[in-house]
Write a protein that binds this ligand. Structure first.
Ligand SMILES: [Zn+2]
Length: 56
């Protein structure tokens, strides 16, 4: 089995974020068929140095 990368999705309507492999058809929070944007940040060069709390 291959590892499916988890993506953090954010509802553009209510700002609700959740992690899944694909965006939900309906927002779990506002129950609208809203648009989801990918807000996941898993690449090393995504965050500024010193802001990664995994290193603290
Ligand atoms: Zn929503």
């Amino acid at each position: 089995m291959s590892q499916i990368p988890q993506v953090t999705w954010k509802c553009t309507k209510c700002g609700y974020t959740y992690t899944d492999v694909k965006p939900a058809e309906e927002c779990p929070s506002c129950h609208e068929k809203c648009e989801f944007i990918d807000v996941s940040c898993y690449t090393p060069d995504c965050a500024d140095p010193g802001t990664d709390d995994r290193l603290v």
